[in-house]
Design a binder for this molecule. Structure first.
Ligand code: XMP
Length: 319
């Protein structure tokens, strides 16, 4: 019988039988899949799980702290947090091509994860949040590229080079099942039902060259948008929503003064499979409120636009 509780019981037994008394490493990203694996492994093997959380500096507002609060503080899981913002910003300096940025971020992510994982010398296993759709996707390509991409962007680590064996307790589960298990394991609802967030993070939501100043402005605008979506009970009605930073200046007036500041675009879509998507028809009054809040509360942004492009032809992300 498929109940979250039964699945958890079976997984716990399978994990214990597999890893025995060994130590396991997990790359925690804050996303649903790695979070559920973390909670599951902790339940199965307790202190023999060590998580590595690489904070790229390209995460959303307070996201790094939230990951630490949930896992380290509330659940008592061992999490090593690596603050790598400067390394990522340096590596991205002067780079504006989206695919180039993705490559740089993915590569550096794996490099940093490997550095840290390499210090945990008694580990024998690397846990990954691979779910059934990832398995299918990689089966379709000879090289297993989808899995490589997933592991680079979402979980990190190269098990072959690190001499680690893989443990993938979600391999047979669909996303919805993973979520139910997450709730049953006590993960917060907001974490389990969070919109997807791309591995390269704000690196592909800041158009062109990534700068710390841009990331800070974007984080604040994005947080206002998401905050209001939640407050108006619209968050769960859209599949994905976020702000995009446009490094373009536009003129505005505020009080007696003239402003010449940056532009932010809001994107919200409804989709089932993320292959096609409709732009979310959010209420005008709601968009008005979000726009006013962003312009009033985020100095440096003087104009807000709403993206009304469907996919196809437009992709969900801008880069
Ligand atoms: P697009 O922009 O291709 O996005 O319509 C479809 C879904 O994929 C996510 N996405 C990514 N996820 N690494 C990721 O892990 C990436 O480089 C990446 N690019 C897009 C996007 O957020 C959306 O959910």
């Amino acid at each position: 019988l498929w109940t979250p509780r039964n699945i958890i019981e079976d997984s716990l037994q399978a994990i214990r039988a597999k890893v025995e008394n060994d130590r396991v490493i997990l790359g925690l990203s804050g996303g649903v899949d790695s979070s559920v694996v973390g909670a599951l492994l902790h339940k199965a093997i307790g202190d023999r799980l060590t998580c590595v959380f690489v904070d790229t500096g390209l995460l959303r507002l307070n996201e790094g702290d939230q990951v630490m609060t949930t896992f380290a503080q509330h659940m008592g899981i061992q999490v090593i947090r690596i603050n790598a913002e400067n390394r990522f910003l340096q590596a991205l300096e002067g780079v504006s091509d989206p695919e180039q940025k993705r490559k740089i971020i993915g590569r550096l992510f794996v490099e940093i994860f490997d550095e840290e994982a390499g210090k945990i010398t008694d580990a024998r296993w690397l846990a990954q949040g691979t779910i059934y759709p990832d398995v299918i996707e990689s089966a379709g390509s000879k090289t297993g590229k989808a899995q490589v991409i997933k592991s680079h962007h979402n979980v990190g680590g190269l098990p072959e080079e690190m001499n680690l064996k893989l443990v993938e307790p979600l391999r047979e589960l669909f996303k919805d099942e993973v979520r139910q298990i997450g709730l049953e394991l006590g993960l917060p609802y907001e974490m389990v039902y969070r919109h997807p967030f791309p591995g390269p993070g704000l690196g592909v939501r800041i158009l062109g060259e990534v700068k710390k100043e841009y990331a800070e402005l974007l984080r604040r605008a994005d947080a206002i948008f998401i905050d209001e979506l939640r407050r108006h009970e619209l968050y769960d009605k859209v599949s994905q929503a976020f702000a995009v930073f446009l490094p373009v200046k536009s003129v505005g007036v505020m009080g007696d003064g003239r402003r010449y500041d940056f532009v932010v675009a809001l994107r919200a879509v409804e989709t089932v499979d993320f292959m096609t998507a409709r732009w979310a028809h959010l209420p005008y009054d709601f968009l008005d409120l979000v726009s006013r809040r962003i312009i009033n509360e985020v100095p440096g942004i003087s104009r807000v636009t709403y993206d009304i492009s469907g996919k196809p032809p437009a992709t969900i992300e801008w880069e």
